[in-house]
Ligand binder design. Structure first.
Ligand code: HEM
Length: 244
């Protein structure tokens, strides 16, 4: 018999997450191919040259990158129209930080993942993590970086897109800042993404959270142990479906 579950994501949340992940993958692959400076090219000049030849030149590659970027922005606008409440809930949750509880969680979690519980006990600190809400502080930190970074990437991307079409020479300074901001924001979100994908898809203890990004629900026991403050709010709600 399937155990009790709690609803964590609705269909539009699941769709926007995987749509975003697919756009990110395509934007990274095409964006890296646009870099034509051998000193900073992460894969050497072979990859950009190969990708450009595959799509009929650098102009076409830029048009593809811009097209995916515009579809990405349109997808988010559509999501906010369809599920404004969901977007508001998400933003409210990720930016609600309780300094004492959440910073304590973050510091302890980093020590636990690297040195283990003994290291905390040796300095007289209880290794139990402070209770967390709908998201833990690690998830909130990454979500904050990806939301702020995503807005910077979108705005700077649109500035660069328009610079080829409508802006004149007087906009050169702004376009220069847009290029720098675009690179920095992509780099910061990408750094967080490495940890996010490891925690979400590889770490066995987060497996129920990973499955919830397809099914929309998490088991009661997982909610209780990983998101206690959220569990205390939803535990009395009627079952929301079942997990295998
Ligand atoms: C293979 C790629 C990815 C996997 C396997 C993955 C997995 C997941 C999972 C399982 C969750 C749900 C966590 C929960 O609610 O308990 C999640 C949430 C989230 N994902 Fe991803 N994700 C991927 C790519 C991305 C990308 C590219 C971004 C943005 C740049 C992103 C941003 C987020 C955000 C903001 C959340 C909510 C906060 C969080 O749980 O960290 N994800 N992801």
């Amino acid at each position: 018999m399937p155990g009790k579950t709690h609803k964590r994501h609705d269909r539009s949340d699941i769709f926007i997450h995987w749509f975003n992940a697919a756009c990110w993958l395509l934007l990274l692959l095409t964006g890296v191919g646009l870099i034509s400076n051998p000193d900073i090219d992460p894969f050497g000049s072979g990859y950009p040259a190969w990708l450009r030849s595959m799509v009929g030149g650098g102009g076409n590659l830029l048009a593809i990158h811009e097209g995916i970027g515009l579809v990405w922005i349109a997808g988010f606008i559509l999501y906010m129209l369809v599920n404004f409440r969901g977007a508001r809930f998400f933003l409210g949750e990720i930016f609600a930080v309780s300094p004492a509880r959440d910073m304590g969680w973050m510091l302890k979690k980093m020590v636990l993942m690297t040195l283990g519980p003994k290291a905390l006990r040796m300095v007289g600190v209880d290794p139990d993590l402070p209770d967390q809400g709908y998201y833990n502080m690690g998830q909130k930190a990454f979500a904050q970086v990806s939301v702020v970074g995503g807005v910077v990437i979108a705005v700077t991307g649109v500035i660069m897109y328009l610079s080829d079409r409508t802006f004149g020479a007087e906009a050169t300074g702004m376009v220069g800042w847009a290029v720098a901001g675009h690179f920095i924001a992509v780099g910061l979100v990408f750094a967080g993404l490495l940890v996010h994908v490891y925690m979400a898809a590889v770490s066995p203890e987060e497996r129920p959270g990973f499955r919830s990004m397809f099914t929309g629900v998490v088991p009661d026991g997982y909610a209780k142990h990983h998101h206690r403050l959220w569990w205390e709010k939803v535990r009395t709600e009627p079952g929301q479906g079942s997990e295998q």
